[in-house]
Write a protein that binds this ligand. Structure first.
Ligand code: SF4
Length: 201
């Protein structure tokens, strides 16, 4: 039976194809009062195996960018538009995105972050409800309305883009540094000297 506590869902069967393809539901992780909330597309293979968003190669890039900006992964919240892995890593369908939207909206409202960061084209278009040219629009800040709520959103390329196109790396790292700055997180180094709080541990 479906259960939802405002942040995490259990037992959801709304998307028949994803119920077939998933190993488990991958809920968001991180503090329930985080200032910074990242929204990705959906779980990939590693995330489906481990039950946590952004723990594969893309997650390593995100962790690295956060570290350079002086923030630990544990200080931010990370979630996805859909919480179940699509088969063959295809994009979630419009219907699947709609099925899961209520969970995402509730999570954003519950966390009430200073800033939402969309990681890639799919979450950007899903949250803004319009077409997005993410390569051109990365780094832009938008005031979006989710229901009766106004939310500041920063658009970012997907961290995986840096793996396949090295020119995207600077864009991604600059956007994450901007996000940390806007959310008033970090150690003030801004990544400029390569130092990070990760070095303290
Ligand atoms: S993607 Fe979301 S709505 Fe669809 S089955 Fe998974 S948890 Fe439910």
């Amino acid at each position: 039976m479906e259960q939802f506590d405002g942040l995490c869902v259990q037992g959801c069967q709304r998307c028949p194809n994803l119920v077939e393809s998933r190993s488990r539901i991958v809920n968001g992780v991180g503090p329930d009062d985080a200032d910074l909330l990242f929204v990705g597309e959906g779980p990939g293979e590693t995330e489906d195996e481990q039950g946590e968003p952004f723990v594969g190669r893309s997650g390593s890039v995100l962790d690295e960018a956060l570290g350079e900006a002086g923030v630990l992964r544990e200080e931010v919240r990370i979630t996805n538009c859909v919480r179940c892995r699509p088969p063959e890593n295809r994009d979630p369908t419009t219907e699947e995105l709609a099925n899961c939207r209520g969970y995402l909206d509730s999570e954003i409202a519950a966390v009430d972050p200073t800033l939402v960061v969309t990681l890639g084209k799919v979450p950007s278009e899903h949250l803004l409800g319009r077409s997005v040219g993410i390569t051109n629009e990365a780094g832009e800040i938008v005031d979006a309305r989710f229901g009766d709520r106004s939310q500041r959103v920063l658009l970012s390329v997907h961290p995986a883009a840096t793996l396949y196109d090295r020119s995207q790396r600077a864009t991604f790292f600059e956007t994450i540094a901007e996000a940390v700055d806007l959310a008033s997180l970090g150690d003030g180094n801004g990544g400029s000297d390569g130092q990070s709080r990760l070095g303290e541990f």
